[in-house]
Write a protein that binds this ligand. Sequence first.
Ligand SMILES: Nc1ncnc2c1ncn2[C@@H]1O[C@H](COP(=O)(O)OP(=O)(O)OP(=O)(O)O)[C@@H](O)[C@H]1O
Length: 254
Amino acid sequence: MTDPVLETKGLTIRFGGHVAVDHVSCAFGAGELTAIVGPNGAGKTTYFNLISGQLPATEGQVLLEGRDVTRASASTRTHLGLGRAFQLTNLFPSLTVRENVRLVAQSKARKGFDMFSMASRHPELIEAADHALERVRLTRLADQTVSALSHGDQRKLEVALLIALQPRVYMFDEPTAGMSMDEAPVVLDLIAELKAEGGHAILLVEHKMDVIRTLADRIIVLHNGALAADGEPAEVMASAVVQEAYLGKEIADV
Ligand SMILES: Nc1ncnc2c1ncn2[C@@H]1O[C@H](COP(=O)(O)OP(=O)(O)OP(=O)(O)O)[C@@H](O)[C@H]1O
């Protein structure tokens, strides 16, 4: 790997006596999509929270393009290029879909949040928002308020917001959860396109094996918070230790 885009070194968090993420050292390169798997409670979401800054590490480091961001706030990490799919609680439900995406494009461009005056003076922000919406096939809903969107369309909007942010690292946590069979391919195709663009590291927490099989270049397995396996998908899937101990029966048909 050339210089990693993202790296964790000995990353650890303890909740009281419980070690939820246990000295995880892992580097993620540009153009690589890594699926993070493991049984319920293995520490996947907590690992994501440590990387994105939602939780403070007890020990270890998070490096973004070589820069130590371990003590940086979540919003600083976002500005530095760490893009985690937005939770809908971060959105403005009474604003339109386009306005929400534009606010992210605006924050990326560091042009402040004076939403209504900014729009006319910076048509490029509208363009960036519309481009992101087009990529997730939400153009037809651009003028709807967010609160009126279906669950699947809200998930697509989360991805559009990430695209508007143009991060170096994309972090997706079960991006197609709750989507219909018709909706999921839009998001999965888009993630494949982002991977093909080559400039980003992509991390994906995912339970669905068909999604992992289609998208992942690499799989890491967490178990009891520790890194239990790391390698090419076929190799990791085939390892007896993963089949029997970590993923159970579901993986047997891979
Ligand atoms: N804020 C917290 N306080 C105490 N314990 C926590 C906290 N957050 C997570 N944990 C514990 O850390 C462990 C890892 O949880 P985590 O949610 O990261 O697992 P996961 O692999 O994402 O599971 P799932 O697949 O079910 O989402 C669990 O035992 C969980 O109970």
